[in-house]
Design a protein around this ligand. Sequence first.
Ligand SMILES: [Ca+2]
Ligand SMILES: [Ca+2]
Length: 185
Amino acid sequence: MKITSGILKRVAVPAAVMGMALPLVLAGSAAAQQPGPASTVTRAFGQVQYSAYSGEDNKLTVTAETDVNNNTVLVVTDLEGIDAGPGCQQASPTAAVCGLASSVTRISAQLGDGTDTAYIAVNIASSVDAGTGADTVETSGGNDTITLRDGVGGNDSASCGGGTDTASGNIGDRISTNCERRATY
Ligand SMILES: [Ca+2]
Ligand SMILES: [Ca+2]
């Protein structure tokens, strides 16, 4: 009887954790899927790829969150809506979970047209191409590459966080000194 009781207790703990963690990552999962096409995110091995849907002012964030199994997973959010492709799972109409964060080696993001914001909040090497429009891009501790060049000067800004980073833009674009290699044309 003692053994049985011990097993039940050990099972009960993860269940309680699960109930508490659920709203953090999977809030809105019961809601209807985002109608129509949206931005997409996929993962192949350690490579995560985000592509913005055209015609939107995308608001991309990439974070590491604790899931229901107490794993640290990569969460990709676009407030304009996002579709989880191969390698990722839909968490809500605006969020996708793309597996264990620790095994992601590179994040690539194409923001396309529109006035977009991108915040990569994880210390993983990232490549962000802001595309056209007035864009704001911020990355963190990885060795990152940010491209602001869209033929228009002064409309974009980049901040690269820690690491050894490269950013390029048009003359007048704001590129932080934390982007060690900076070039404007
Ligand atoms: Ca853009
Ligand atoms: Ca960086």
